[in-house]
Design a protein around this ligand. Structure first.
Ligand SMILES: Nc1ncnc2c1ncn2[C@@H]1O[C@H](COP(=O)(O)OP(=O)(O)O)[C@@H](O)[C@H]1O
Ligand SMILES: [Mg+2]
Length: 358
């Protein structure tokens, strides 16, 4: 059962095409992340779902019914903003149940729903505090509580964790995910942070410049990026890209301008084709793996976080990042041999930037 269907949706601001033919189908109860660089249209898409922004063409259906032209209050959605948007002069309890009071719900119902939401979020002891007496994380919870008491069909989150420090952000990610598993309401979550999207969502929609570049499960996007943009956006550190040319036999690549480095392929490609070879830092190994091929490189610099080591290397004129768990004994200026399994080499057409499978 689909809870949200977005069909060929377009949004024009005066003279600016912000959303271009967006198609997304969201099953009931799923957690979807909209991810992409700043300015790609994530908030615009979320706001059109909420009814805060008019659409130019196309359809949005929630629970099978078109909501085009319907005001926000008739869409049964609740939105949580990055800024929390709490009323500064109202305590936690009144911030949470404001929408129910506005609708003049019966007092016992208001009390019960506020109590239940406060308990779910661990806000029970803070109900009479004003927002200014709360930490960032607590304010964020109140903003979520305000959405929960409305018991909406759909939760919309616009970068709700951006104002929190790194540790709290990681904690709140798993809190929101747990809450989702308990409430099972359909959620659409906007973030520019691909790690947040990868760890929280069942389904990720990657956007760029108003266009959906690819959508799928987190691991699908990681394993089978449809184009160079998605390949570079998903994964950390980012995928390395090397300009390469397919050899005359079609079974190997040479790095452009460096005929000495040969990458043998597990597929046959058009001889002479100009490609990007995409190598994930974590797929480059300092020791051989079964069936792997070798690339000779020189260490340019080494950075360690303690648990992980990032080695910047030069292969001819190309710079690559290698991610190594643990602490390999490599030094700046030293020679290393990198190993990668041919099946982990991603290939993209140099002109269209679309994935090439051979
Ligand atoms: N009210 C508006 N009028 C004109 N352009 C807008 C308006 N709101 C957003 N935009 C433009 O639309 C694009 C997408 O914005 P937005 O959806 O906020 O991006 P994101 O949330 O992905 O960072 C941006 O280029 C932004 O400048
Ligand atoms: Mg935004």
């Amino acid at each position: 059962m689909l809870q949200i269907e977005i069909d060929r949706l377009n949004k024009h601001y005066a003279g600016f095409h912000a959303l271009k033919d967006i198609n997304i189908a969201i099953p009931r109860g799923s957690f979807v992340a909209l991810v992409g660089p700043s300015g790609c249209g994530k908030s615009t898409l979320l706001r059109t779902l909420a009814g805060l922004e008019k659409t130019s063409s196309g359809d949005i259906r929630i629970a099978g019914t078109s909501v085009i032209g319907k005001p926000p209050r008739e869409r049964d959605v609740a939105m949580v903003f990055q800024s929390y948007a709490l009323y500064p002069h109202m305590d936690v309890e009144h911030n949470m149940n404001y929408s129910m009071r506005l609708k003049r719900r019966p007092k016992p119902e208001i009390a019960e729903r506020t109590r239940a939401a406060a308990e779910t979020l661990g806000l029970g002891s803070l109900l009479d505090r004003l927002p200014k007496a709360l930490s960032g994380g607590q304010r964020q919870r109140v903003a979520m509580g305000r959405a929960i008491v409305r018991n909406p069909k759909v939760f919309l989150f616009d970068e709700p964790l951006s104002n929190l420090d790194a540790a709290l952000r990681v904690h709140m990610r798993s809190e929101i995910r747990k809450l989702h598993e308990r409430l099972k309401a359909t959620s659409v979550y906007v973030t520019h942070d691909q790690v947040e999207a990868m760890t929280m969502a069942d389904h990720i929609v990657v956007m760029r410049a108003g266009v959906v570049e690819q959508q799928g499960s987190p691991l699908d996007l990681y394993d089978k990026p449809a184009n160079k943009f998605v390949a570079g956006f998903i994964g950390s550190p980012a995928m390395n890209f090397i300009p390469a040319i397919v050899s005359p036999d079609g079974h190997s690549l040479t790095i452009e301008g460096d005929a000495a480095t040969m990458l043998v392929l597990d597929r046959k490609l058009a001889p002479g084709a100009r490609l990007w070879a995409g190598l994930r830092p974590e797929h480059l190994s300092l020791t051989p793996v079964a069936g792997s091929l070798a690339i000779d490189a020189v260490v340019a610099s080494v950075e360690s976080t303690g648990s992980m080591t990032f080695i910047m290397v030069a292969v001819g004129a190309q710079q690559l990042v290698v991610a190594h768990s643990g602490r390999p004994g490599v030094e700046k200026g030293g020679a290393v041999r990198l190993h990668i399994s041919p099946r982990n080499i991603h290939l993209f057409d140099r002109e269209t930037e679309l994935a090439v499978s051979g």
